[in-house]
Ligand binder design. Sequence first.
Ligand SMILES: *Cc1c(COP(=O)(O)O)cnc(C)c1O
Length: 341
Amino acid sequence: MSQQFASDNISGICPTAMQAMTRANQGHASSYGEDRYTAEVCEQFRALFETDCDVYFVFNGTAANSLALASLCQSYHSIICHQSAHVETDECGAPEFFTHGAKLLQAQGELGKLDPQGIEALVSKRQDIHYPKPKVISLTQATECGTVYSPEELHNIQKVAAKWNLYTHMDGARFANAVASLDLAPADITWRAGVDVLCFGGSKNGLAIGEAVIFFNKQLSEEFAYRCKQAGQLASKMRFMSSQWQGLLHNDVWLHNAQHANAMASRLAQGLATIEQVQLLFPVSANAVFVQIPSAIKQALHNKGWQFYDFIGAGSRLMCSWDTQPETVDRFISDVQQLSH
Ligand SMILES: *Cc1c(COP(=O)(O)O)cnc(C)c1O
């Protein structure tokens, strides 16, 4: 299939991740994460985050988020998230399932982001025994709208979290894109900003499979390995999940992949912004471009073979990947231009 904008998980495997996996395919190695590749990559994560964190590898983002959330709360607790959060809209109830019934409380907020007022309003609304007690804030970085929380925004949320004794979970399916966008150290927008656990997305950044669950608050990771095993998330040939990350972490390939995807999104947005019939719906900070395209033009683009989805409201979502070529972007822009005349 030719390159498309349907999602950032329709791209293939980044060559360095593939090479790292091939390197790990030598002889026998201990199973269930007891191998040297897994140990090495955990050290690489600790170096990247400049702290002694606990690292686990699971198959996908739904597992990462829901198991992480389950380790932050009891069944009678609630989790505050944005109304468009993936944990709320796209995980088939897995967070509720794995927490054994914790309730997701949805907040509104501009540009797909939670804000301190929205969180505070939800937390302070009820404190009686009849309401599930708020325990966790779940943030998505970069957000489902392709926007990014600034360190200031994270610090303001951290203040509310501290005031109400809430843990902070970060859905970082596109964490790399957020780091690339902000041009800051990963630590600055995670544990230094109060994040207890980060689900660091690998699939959308160029892995074949897998996300890393990173506990900065190590008390919360107690017995997390059992959770993973029980949920069917402990790979026996773990080295082939973990080693892929070496291909991303070495030489900051993860960051370059994200910078590239972000640059392609910004090229796409700039091109589309010059077309009168097309409206950008959100500022483009990461690798997503949300646009309103008249339905006749949208249909014509689909007829020409372009694949993309309508998402969040009535807009169309165009996602760029680590391997999106500038030519693909330019061809799309030129097709929209032609159809707009
Ligand atoms: C893609 C994505 C995930 C992970 O989804 P899986 O299909 O379960 O891997 C999680 N959160 C967000 C915001 C995503 O976009």
